[in-house]
Ligand binder design. Structure first.
Ligand code: BTN
Length: 239
């Protein structure tokens, strides 16, 4: 296993940088940057990545360890959630499929990109962004009500290197050492889920459902008057 970790002062996006390295045949484990000029978020959004106050990292997983995209993203969310709980002793919630919430606000987002070669999945690039030391006023207006940081929640100065190391350690435990079965991963995600047993709104369908469960492959099990189904992608909000 190649353990090369690349540290960058500034980058467009650690996900894009990691993808380029992989396409050039380089073996890398992780790319970590202090600042992203255009961090990629879900649904084509930009992930707010100001200099010095967040963790912006991409963890590279090779094909042998790849399960479903949802499960990878959720397992990575679990790794980050546990790291936050272990170091700061605060409660985390996981908003399906990829956000970590503290006091109901987003402190971490995850975006996984798959790299294929000849039609086969070869790598998953797990991009993790954590708001570490942002002050409330550092967030742009549209994020002020929905985003938070570890510093805001704990009231303490946070050493982001310690948290970064812990997240990598937890990712290794889950994906390399495989300390958890898939079932255990799903159980741990369920324990922290912000959605289960609540009414949710599936944005791309414009429909309301009741969230019942997380499926064994990491999907969100919902029901409405017509029955149950599993959602594998898209944006879901609490109603
Ligand atoms: C989201 O919440 O929409 C996902 C955000 C993912 C952001 C991280 S920051 C590090 C990595 N590089 C990127 O360009 N995006 C991910």
């Amino acid at each position: 296993m190649e353990d090369k970790i690349i540290y960058l002062d500034e980058v467009i996006s650690t996900n894009i940088y990691a993808a380029e390295k992989i396409k050039n045949g380089e073996n890398i484990k992780c790319v970590i940057a202090d600042f992203q000029t255009s961090g990629s978020g879900r649904m084509g959004r930009i992930f707010h990545s100001p200099r010095g106050v967040g963790i912006y990292m991409t963890y590279v997983l090779n094909t042998e360890n790849i399960k479903t995209l949802n499960l990878i993203t959720s397992a990575a969310g679990l790794a980050a959630a546990e790291a936050i709980e272990e170091i700061y002793g605060i409660e985390t919630k996981i908003k399906w499929p990829n956000d970590i919430l503290l006091s109901g606000k987003k402190a971490c987002g995850i975006l996984t990109k798959l790299i294929t070669e000849n039609g086969k999945i070869k790598f998953a690039l797990i991009g993790i962004g954590v708001n570490v030391s942002n002050e409330k006023n550092d967030f742009p207006e549209e994020l002020k009500q929905i985003a938070t940081s570890l510093k805001i929640e704990t009231g303490k100065e946070i050493d982001k290197n310690i948290l970064t190391q812990k997240i990598i350690e937890n990712l290794d435990k889950i994906f390399i050492e495989k300390i958890f079965s898939e079932r255990k991963i799903v159980d741990e995600i369920k324990k922290r889920s912000s959605m289960l047993q609540k009414k949710v709104f599936v944005k791309n369908e414009g429909k309301e459902y009741f969230a019942l469960d997380i499926s064994p492959d990491g999907g969100l099990v919902v029901k409405d008057g017509e029955g149950e189904k599993v959602i594998h992608s898209g944006e879901v909000e609490l109603y």
